[in-house]
Ligand binder design. Structure first.
Ligand SMILES: Cc1cc2nc3c(=O)[nH]c(=O)nc-3n(C[C@H](O)[C@H](O)[C@H](O)COP(=O)(O)OP(=O)(O)OC[C@H]3O[C@@H](n4cnc5c(N)ncnc54)[C@H](O)[C@@H]3O)c2cc1C
Length: 360
């Protein structure tokens, strides 16, 4: 055992044996049995991928860069599709990304808020007119909302949360909350994939620009309409891309405690804030902050779990973090099994002490 003091002698984080009991991965194969009729066609077709670009407030989502790296791994050409009310400047940025061979632009305000009802016909029309073999988006709320609908409209399987690509037909993805890794072979004529962004490096920019042209006109359903959204503005690093994350659990006991302890510690560390589902369900923090199987998957350089037990559904969302530390008053809490550093302490005394020391 290795004792690690983090410069603060009273808070002794103890080096734990991460992954000794943690997640085991098992490789096995699942072969989709659907659409065998298409197998021969897909074998001779050239690989041509359509990448759905995510953007907000005139900024490209970083997860799109990770999805592009995955798209390139498929081989063949990658066409980027960008839609929005005024997507020109983002389209220009995308046209300079390494690996993009063409940019399709759909300019209309119906595309402004990522409604799946309007995006799905846009993608299916592009696929049918331009014969893409693969449709790719990041496994973000945006991609997860749109691509399954596209897959249903194309009558093919949706392949979610892809963490590696072995070939244009074989994809690797976690199952059972990340406790096993499945290799999925798809023999559908079109593969519809969402990509776990933390497992692919971001694509880079090059000097040359590729051509931009209008996307094929698609039906614009009016059954769904954007009403509005309430988003908390914050200067803190965004959870999905933060290099450091502090997450709080049920043990915080109230929203006031969560704000006072977790946010203060995060500010002292310049970290993003996350929470367990128990913390979200109890109303201690917003549900956009949920980390885990049904929340966000994060892989920061440093993840600090405060008063979180380490249920597999939570671990599924943070186990790929480079360094994991946890504070828990139960020495047998499962979170310690996947932690690099553990502090057995009452969070109500340890967190204020740590925050004060970090501020100095
Ligand atoms: C289908 C499904 C999907 C799910 N998806 C998610 C998900 O995406 N994300 C997620 O987080 N969960 C998810 N869950 C819930 C998950 O199973 C757990 O219930 C949840 O993660 C527990 O949250 P917690 O660790 O904050 O609370 P608890 O399990 O109650 O743990 C609280 C911890 O705090 C410690 N503690 C108590 N008091 C103190 C103190 N004073 N100081 C220090 N430590 C203290 C306790 O020892 C305990 O270990 C899902 C569950 C299901 C069934």
């Amino acid at each position: 055992m290795f004792s690690f003091s983090l410069r603060y002698p009273t808070l002794q984080f103890v080096k734990t044996s991460r992954s000794a009991v943690g997640l085991k991965t098992t490789n096995y194969k699942i072969c989709s049995s659907i659409s065998r009729r298409y197998a021969a066609t897909s074998a001779i077709q050239e690989i041509s991928t359509l990448l759905l670009v995510e953007h907000k407030d005139n900024a490209l989502a970083v997860s799109t860069l990770n999805a592009l790296t995955a798209a390139k791994k498929l081989g063949g050409s990658v066409t980027a599709l960008i839609a929005g009310e005024n997507p020109d400047s983002i389209a220009k940025t995308v046209s300079k990304l390494d690996g993009v061979s063409k940019v399709l632009v759909a300019k209309d305000k119906v595309y402004e808020h990522g409604l799946p009802e309007v995006y799905a016909p846009l993608l299916t029309t592009a696929q049918k007119k331009l014969n893409f073999t693969h449709l790719v988006a990041s496994h973000s709320a945006f991609g997860k909302n749109i691509l399954p609908r596209v897959a249903a409209l194309l009558d093919v399987a949706q392949i979610s949360d892809v963490i590696d690509i072995e070939s244009p037909e074989i994809f690797v993805r976690p199952i059972y909350a990340g406790n096993a890794i499945a290799k999925v072979k798809s023999i559908d004529p079109v593969k519809v994939l969402t990509i776990r962004s933390t497992t692919f490096p971001p694509a880079t920019t090059v000097d040359a620009e590729v051509s931009r042209e209008s996307a094929p006109d698609a039906e614009k359903p009016t059954l769904a309409e954007w009403v509005g959204e309430e988003i908390q503005k914050s200067d803190r690093p965004e959870l999905g891309s933060a290099k450091k994350v502090v997450s709080g659990g049920r043990a915080l006991k109230s929203r006031e405690n969560f704000d006072k302890l977790v946010y203060s510690l995060a500010d002292a560390l310049d970290a993003g804030v996350g929470g367990s589902r128990a913390a979200v369900d109890s109303g201690y923090c917003d549900n956009a902050l949920q980390v885990g199987q049904t929340g966000k998957v994060v892989a920061p350089e440093f993840y600090l779990a405060v008063g979180i037990s380490g249920a597999i559904q939570h671990v599924a969302g943070m186990k790929d973090s480079k360094v994991i530390a946890s504070i828990n008053n139960d020495p047998d809490a499962p979170i310690f099994q996947i932690s690099d550093f553990g502090l057995v302490a009452d969070l109500f005394t340890a967190v204020p002490e740590l925050t004060e020391k970090l501020k100095k």
